[in-house]
Design a binder for this molecule. Structure first.
Ligand SMILES: Cc1cc2nc3c(=O)[nH]c(=O)nc-3n(C[C@H](O)[C@H](O)[C@H](O)COP(=O)(O)O)c2cc1C
Ligand code: SF4
Length: 436
């Protein structure tokens, strides 16, 4: 079954969370109100189950994959951290709500509006992987989310005696700050820059302890999977991509914002639920700044399933006829070059060179030799960074050059399109998040 969840119920009445086709993570009071209070949350969902070994099998059977971008099977990280915690002592859980992706708003929305879902999910996850220290990692710029979290933690001060301790750690609002080794470095008091792995955080992370870094949306799903079970989770979505997922729509669409949808839903259905495109789109960026550009035809045929297209962090950016795919990719790659943590030569110099060449191409000042060089430099950058930042940037670039091949030709022959740079994909306005 494919269903688009209504973002918020039409009135303030709580929706039963398991209602077929309805929202799961966003069920509850209206999203355009404040954070859901503890009393209302407990009235709706009851008290949380205590996490433990039993959850490892439930998570495996649920098929849950991480929603921070890589879609890594959650149970594999859990088993690794849990085993190391048994061998070496308590582990640490970090809820990654930093959301450095400019086109994404889902994690901040969840923390801001459903803080108790995040806290319950975090406590259950921590108990299941043997963690006695829970960190919620938030961008310093996310003030409303921080306020909601602090308030939610204060609401629970009486029942936290036997629970793992929870603390909030702030980070700079930078693209690479959410990369898992950067997360660990920042929580350890250093800069939010990736480190040269191995060891992976799951082996040696916060204070040298085994550390599970898990995206905020992934954690929110866990709070419900623990209550309702793996079979319930699989009632929605597809076999390959079970459950619902949060997507952030922006650009050339009538109602930009954050939506909860069944995984496997076609992009066309999601866009239709957001009021449709404002004009025929020339391209869709799926998965965020590290994501994949699709032309209108591929976009119309694609579904929100990692088997079809890398869903990444659930971003769908729509470029309208007044935009320019070449200019947009040039802008994004140049942005990602500036966001490099400045530690690896191929990332620092390679991305800068590619960004500059793309900017010349977008302006109609590049020749065929430049396009060949852009391809060659991209090949040389991939796999050469300490983290996946350069690979993600190159993915955006390569798919743009392929999707907008005809436009590249026009730019090379000195006829850049009129839309150049006039309508960069906007981040969805904060006020539009969940405002349905
Ligand atoms: C450059 C870079 C930036 C990232 N930024 C984020 C982020 O903002 N939030 C996030 O959850 N994961 C981010 N990730 C992915 C994390 O490294 C990590 O895989 C994720 O937090 C794990 O959670 P998950 O398994 O629940 O997806 C980023 C990865 C890279 C390479
Ligand atoms: S690849 Fe780039 S972002 Fe990643 S650690 Fe190296 S310089 Fe920093």
């Amino acid at each position: 079954m494919t269903a688009i969840a209504v973002l918020a119920p039409p009135d303030a009445l709580p929706l039963p969370v398991a209602r077929a086709g309805g929202p799961r993570l966003l069920a509850g009071p209206r999203i355009d109100g404040g954070a859901e209070a503890l009393a209302a949350y407990r009235a709706r969902l009851g008290r949380r189950p205590i996490g433990g070994d039993w959850m490892l099998d439930v998570v495996e059977r649920s098929g849950l994959r991480g929603r921070g971008g890589a879609w890594f099977p959650t149970h594999r990280k859990w088993r690794a951290v849990s085993r190391l915690a048994q061998e070496r002592g308590p582990s640490v859980l970090v809820v990654n709500a930093s959301e450095g992706e400019p086109l994404s708003g889902k994690d901040q929305l969840l923390v801001e509006k459903r803080p108790h879902l995040i806290i319950d999910g975090a406590l259950i996850a921590a108990e299941s992987v043997g963690a006695d220290d829970v960190v919620i990692y938030v961008s310093r710029a996310a003030r409303r989310a921080t306020r909601a979290l602090r308030h939610a933690l204060a609401e629970r001060r009486h029942d936290r005696i036997s629970e793992p301790r929870i603390r909030i750690v702030h980070t700079q609002h930078r693209y690479v700050a959410g990369e898992s080794s950067a997360v660990v470095r920042r929580v350890n008091g250093g800069p939010a820059k990736p480190s040269f792995s191995p060891p992976h955080p799951s082996e040696r992370g916060v204070l040298g302890r085994p550390t599970l870094v898990q995206n905020a949306e992934t954690i929110a799903h866990l709070a419900l999977i623990a209550r309702y079970g793996d079979a319930w989770f699989r009632e929605r979505g597809t076999d390959a991509a079970p459950g619902t997922g949060m997507v952030t729509l922006s650009g050339n669409v009538a109602r930009p914002g954050v939506y909860e949808v069944d995984l496997g839903t076609s992009l066309a259905t999601v866009i239709g639920a957001a009021g449709g495109a404002l004009s025929a789109p020339i391209g869709l960026l799926v998965g965020g700044y590290f994501g994949t550009w699709l032309g209108p035809e591929r976009g119309a045929a694609a579904t929100l399933c990692p088997k079809h297209v890398s869903v990444g962090c659930g971003v769908i950016g729509m470029l309208g006829r007044d935009g320019c795919g070449v200019g947009e990719s040039a802008r994004i790659v140049s942005y990602l070059a500036r966001e490099s943590a400045g530690q690896c030569g191929p990332c620092v110099h390679g991305l800068r060179a590619v960004g500059e060449a793309m900017t010349r191409l977008a302006a109609g000042d590049a020749d065929r030799g430049d396009v060949i060089r852009i391809h060659r430099w991209s090949d040389q950058i991939v796999g050469r960074g300490a983290c996946n930042h350069p690979d993600g940037a190159v993915n955006n670039l390569r798919t743009a050059l392929e999707t907008f091949a005809a436009d590249v030709e026009r730019h090379v022959s000195g006829h850049p399109c009129a839309g150049l740079g006039t309508t960069p994909l906007p981040a969805p306005p904060r006020s539009a998040f969940g405002w349905r």
